[in-house]
Write a protein of this length. Structure first.
Length: 127
């Protein structure tokens, strides 16, 4: 299973990669921003993306919307990773109807436990 982590925080991205590395069947790559992720998506097919919500230039929700416009990526599932509490007013106001985007399959709030991360990933990948 090929997974792309999209997060501008290198330490968070490498932590997620290390956690996913506990499962030898996962091939994990990192993109440090949405533009890099879009470049990777042009040349690779991923089974799942873990996308940071707050990134400069193109945020996680905007990346998901761009993916939905491309027939190659519109069905790729996404887990949004957020430092903002998902239930917070700021998150809800900033994202309006993000939960109506078909490619967003789950949300993961920072800080998160490795078990929670792996459970969400396995649920989406059908493990």
């Amino acid at each position: 299973m090929k997974i792309l982590i999209v997060d501008n925080d290198v330490s968070v991205a490498t932590t997620i990669k290390s956690a996913l590395g506990l499962k030898p069947s996962y091939e994990v790559e990192i993109a440090l921003n949405a533009k890099e992720a879009l470049k990777n998506l042009k040349s690779n097919i991923y089974d799942l993306l873990l996308v940071d919500f707050m990134m400069p230039e193109i945020n996680g929700i905007e990346l998901c919307k761009i993916m939905l416009e491309d027939s190659k990526t519109k069905n790729t599932p996404v887990i949004i990773v957020s430092a903002l509490p998902i239930s917070s007013k700021a998150f809800q106001e900033a994202n309006g109807n993000f939960n109506k985007l078909a490619n967003i399959k789950d949300l993961l709030e920072k800080p998160f436990g490795v078990a929670d991360l792996l459970q969400k990933v396995e649920k989406i990948l059908g493990k």
